[in-house]
Design a protein around this ligand. Structure first.
Ligand code: OOG
Ligand code: NI
Length: 271
């Protein structure tokens, strides 16, 4: 699989459970905007069968290089970001992992059971990053027990390996000079934004401003019956130049901490 095929498959899989992403994409295209992606995010557990070192492989194979590292103490997450070595228009890749050893014994056992009960060959599949919930997360009981401790773990159980969000490069839009203008346009068209920590995360001084929609609700068939669970969201990023004149390329941990919450069921109540 080459870079374009990998990124296209990630988009298709994401758009399938995130209809609002396609609608927002079309809404901007109808206004004559050309959409360039700033980054794509992937989630996982830090078990060595599926950790960042495993999920980064398809990206390293198509020319990406590891750059920044980020820690999220309260959420017990660690993340790395990747940039393409030669294609400056290629989206950055942001991969995070849940630090299982920092979680409760119950959560650790649950995740071990989930992974142990899978066909172990699945973890060596070069297309693992596109495989979704390989453990067929279909138990409401397990989903709810994970949700009590970690919204991230519960989301992983249901949706698994896939793009968690795509992000529009706001610098590349012609008609929107500020993130506030873009946010106002999206809200005027009926979209609800993640307001955790304010609708705009980050400041010009931090060289990155971000906003995001609240994740779509997707109907998931569990063995106990169907439930609507937040799936994926769309993000918008505006980058500022550093003192050398080049745009900042990294992420801002304090902002990312709030962006993660775009899939949180608790924020849906404000919808
Ligand atoms: C990643 C959240 C962080 C960003 O741009 O800061 C992030 C996630 O929700 O998996 O994407
Ligand atoms: Ni993001």
């Amino acid at each position: 699989m080459n870079k374009t095929q990998l990124l296209t498959k990630l988009w298709e899989q994401y758009a399938h459970i995130t209809p609002s992403a396609e609608k927002i994409h079309e809404l901007l295209q109808e206004r004559g905007e050309e959409i360039i992606n700033d980054h794509i995010a992937i989630r996982t557990f830090n078990d060595q069968r599926v950790n960042i070192a495993v999920l980064e492989k398809p990206f390293l194979n198509v020319g990406y290089e590891a750059k920044g590292e980020y820690n999220f103490e309260t959420k017990k997450l660690y993340a790395k970001h990747y940039e393409h070595a030669t294609d400056k228009d290629a989206p950055r890749i942001f991969i995070s992992e849940l630090e299982l050893e920092k979680c409760s014994a119950t959560l650790q056992e649950t995740v071990q059971d989930i992974l142990n009960n899978c066909d172990q060959n699945l973890f060596n599949d070069p297309e693992l990053v596109l495989s979704g919930s390989v453990w067929k997360g279909n138990s409401q009981a397990i989903y709810k027990s994970l949700l009590e401790e970690s919204e991230y773990a519960a989301w992983m159980y249901v949706y698994g390996f896939r793009a968690n969000h795509f992000t529009i490069n706001t610098n590349a839009l012609k008609d929107f000079k500020t993130l506030e203008e873009l946010n106002n346009f999206l809200e005027a068209n009926g979209w609800k934004l993640n307001a955790s920590g304010g609708k705009i995360k980050g400041t010009p001084e931090q060289l990155l401003e971000q906003s995001s929609t609240l994740a779509d609700l997707y109907t998931v068939d569990f063995e106990e019956g169907a439930l609507e669970i937040p799936s994926c969201y769309y993000e918008f990023a505006l980058r500022y130049p550093m003192s050398n004149g080049e745009l900042y390329q990294g992420f801002v941990a304090s902002s990312a901490d709030k962006i993660f919450e775009s899939t949180d069921v608790k924020l849906q109540e404000a919808k």
